[in-house]
Ligand binder design. Sequence first.
Ligand code: MSP
Length: 518
Amino acid sequence: MSKRVYVTTAIDYVNGQPHLGHAYEKIIADVITRSRRSLGREAFFLTGLDEHGQKVQQAAIAEGKQPQKYCDDLAATWEAFANQLQLTNDDFVRPTSKRHKDVVQAILARLNAEGHFYKAIYRGFYSTKEETFLTDKDRRPDGTFDPSFGEVVDLEEENYYFKLKAHQQWLIDYIEQNPSFVAPDYRRNEVLGLLKHNTLEDLCITRPANRLNWGIPVPFDPNYVTYVWFDALVNYISIPAALGDPVAAQVVNSQPLNINPQLSLWPADLHVIGKDILKFHAVYWPIMLKAMGAPLPKQVLAHGWWQKDGEKMSKTTGNVVDPVAVIDEWGIDAFRFYVLRELDIGPDGNWTDAGFRGRYSAELANGLGNLVNRSLSMLKRYRNGVVPAVSNELAVEAEKVVAETRSLLERNELQGALLAIWSLVTRANQYVDQTAPFKLAKDPQQSGRLDEVLYNLAEVCRILAVLLWPFLPTTARKIYQQLGLVGEPDKFSAAKWGGLKAGHAIGSPAALFPRKDV
Ligand code: MSP
């Protein structure tokens, strides 16, 4: 069995409403996974929730619920959200599940037995909100801690620590020798800078159960539960192990495990995450894996953060984008298109309602929608919906775009791929204006020329459906249906010129992106 492309996202804190940032990340991972499948690879896409820790425990108490019940209720909303985004995830991880907890405990037991942990007393200022001890670096110039840390208490506590320091030079060397391990480049440099100019503090991996009991019990000491980040990061390997992936199962060695030799997932190919959690994924996680003796993921890809109207999104000020409301009003493909077209993976972005409407109207309704609608309507009107003989007038230009899109998809340059695809939309709309089929239709002498034009337009629409499938799956499917084609446009190999055959009868054209008077 050849290795599957294994793509993951960060797991979202269950206590909170799904927002634009969560949606953006999941859509990136979905498009990358769909593109791999379209290009002929088997792929596995994992997303899910982060459910343990003090924040969740406190939120549950505030609602008068048991934490498990609280998580179960909210998990239903999050799973529904994944469906609304039309994610093609193969599994949905919940750290409160037995399959995940067993693996976390097996890893803890093993790393403890192999001497990776020690127990120590630490005294410091603790932020409950961030679930971490703060250092002097976290102080503002006036000596106080930023209100974003929430309540900060002076705490003395005995805990277990994971020896990170011993692996620091190894990690620097690894990242230098494997430059694609962290992307984009400036994020890799940030990680290298941090590693080269600081001594890593050992990582506190437990919390005393008498202070916080909403966590996975530490197998070698009943007085402790597992620190939420150690628990959460393990999801990337616990699910493959639970499903029987041979490499993950061997590393984890938790029993009983049914090995599934057909499943070949680990190491992950891609962890898609936000820039704020880079240190966890590019420093702690590789060191945890090294200690476990597991191969490292191929890449950690960090995206930027969205603002709205130039300001941080915040529930308290009401400055938020509600993805569900946008999807209900404009459709999922309009949402998927905007976030991927507007923001390249890496820098920060800014959502404006005017920008969203502008792209909807210019690129979707007047660009793609208009092209497909007028091409198919003219074929219907002038040729009764029957495809004329193959003509190659736009073949070279279309195939150039196909090749460009393929290579951009292979490099996960999603915004670039959309730009390439839209160059074909624009070219084909221009072709309609230049060849003026509505004029050709009036002159019987031009019947052969009209056939050529109609073929080229219909074939461009078909190819666009295939190229768009990873990004706008509903729209791509609609284009295929309107072309009277059966099946899904989900194989990139179908984006080869000449697929529409003479004599094929198309279906009925209908607006893809209704114009809205706004
Ligand atoms: N639970 C941790 C992740 C554990 S992964 C082993 C967490 N959860 S989160 O809900 O706070 O964030 C989940 C993801 O959403 C993160 O990758 C984060 O960067 C991303 N985003 C949260 N707000 C965002 C924006 N405003 N913009 C873009 N992405 C943002 O961190």
